[in-house]
Design a protein around this ligand. Structure first.
Ligand code: NAD
Length: 296
């Protein structure tokens, strides 16, 4: 499994908003890609991409690939793809294969899956990403990887087709923990930015002036820079990251904190805000639509 001329076959499961551009980048770097998604329509945009073939089943994909990447909604779906009844990966993976869970999964679930795969001679690492669809397209995702360093090293060239940096965070599950903690901070920054935008606009300040001031001042954050003028002020709400997935990540972070006996005062506010928004707008709404909850 070297970065040499002959590239190993890569299975890519979950061809959604993130999985599609990520799988394209892997194929674009010469890895033969076997793609799978339960929604047939999700595979359609890959039909014309050179080096990609659609797998008919998870079993077929597992038998064909040395490395399998998962980019799925959550740990429940990841577990089902690996060990579910009927068509599933684990029983068919090659000995020595590596499974990379790039989904934003729950770290405790990941730590249970690792030893189960090990019994089948398969290594698991977690390598979730940050940066959204835009950075998935240009291959500049931030990747945080947990697991055995030797296993991460084996697949690092593959990871670097999708991201510009791989930060090794430690034991299996630590990447997933960091991903949830990052989105906890991101959600807090987004909510604060939305509240400031709403109050400033109600006071009579033009939205572009509000954002301009924030972005040269100490209130600047990822949402003021990359979300307010892009998705919220124009009302397009099309960042490509759903409200339901953000709520899942906040839940993972607060559950992790509680399991360690830590308080998350801000976390309770974030959970309630995103739960209310999901109930009102649906989990499929864009996560930036949290702003609409502030409108009377
Ligand atoms: P998405 O809903 O667009 O894509 C998920 C895909 O998985 C869908 O195509 C769905 O059909 C497929 N799927 C569901 N169950 C399946 C199964 N059992 N087997 C095979 N395929 C199945 O979601 P997304 O926005 O691409 O996010 C994917 C993961 O990446 C999530 O864990 C999310 O939290 C994380 N993430 C998303 C973003 C973002 O900006 N969208 C950024 C970073 C991380």
């Amino acid at each position: 499994m070297s970065a040499g001329a002959a590239k190993y076959a890569v299975g890519f499961i979950g061809i959604g908003k993130m999985g599609l551009p990520m799988a394209k980048r892997v194929a674009g770097h010469g890895y033969p890609v076997h793609a799978y998604d339960t929604a047939a329509a999700a595979l359609q945009p890959l039909t014309a991409v050179s080096g990609v073939q659609a797998a008919k089943s998870l079993a077929e994909l597992a038998r064909a690939c040395e490395v399998v990447i998962l980019m799925l909604p959550d740990s429940k779906v990841v577990k089902k793809a690996l060990f579910g009844e009927g068509d599933a990966l684990a029983a068919h993976l090659k000995k020595g294969a590596v499974v990379i869970d790039m989904s934003s999964s729950n770290p405790s679930a990941t730590r249970e899956l690792g030893p189960r795969l090990k019994q089948a001679g398969v290594d698991l690492i977690d390598a979730p990403v940050s940066g959204g669809v835009k950075r998935a397209i240009d291959g500049s995702l931030a990747i945080m990887a947990g697991g055995e360093p030797a296993v991460i090293a084996r697949v690092k060239p593959l990871l670097l087709t999708m991201g510009k940096e791989v930060i090794e965070t430690g034991m299996l599950g630590s990447g997933h923990a960091m991903k949830a903690l990052n989105n906890y901070v991101s959600a807090a920054g987004l909510l604060a930015a939305c509240e400031a935008l709403k109050v400033g606009a109600d006071f009579g300040i033009a939205p572009d002036k509000i954002v301009a001031v924030l972005n040269v001042s100490s209130g600047k954050n990822n949402s003021t820079e990359n979300k307010l003028m892009q998705f919220i002020v124009p009302g397009s709400y099309n960042s490509g990251f759903s409200l339901g997935l953000m709520k899942k990540d906040i839940n993972i972070a607060t559950d992790l904190a509680h399991s360690l006996g830590a308080d998350t005062l801000l976390g309770e506010v974030l959970l309630k805000s995103w739960a209310d928004a999901e109930a009102k707008l649906s989990g499929a709404a864009d996560h930036t639509e949290i702003y609409r909850m502030l409108e009377k």
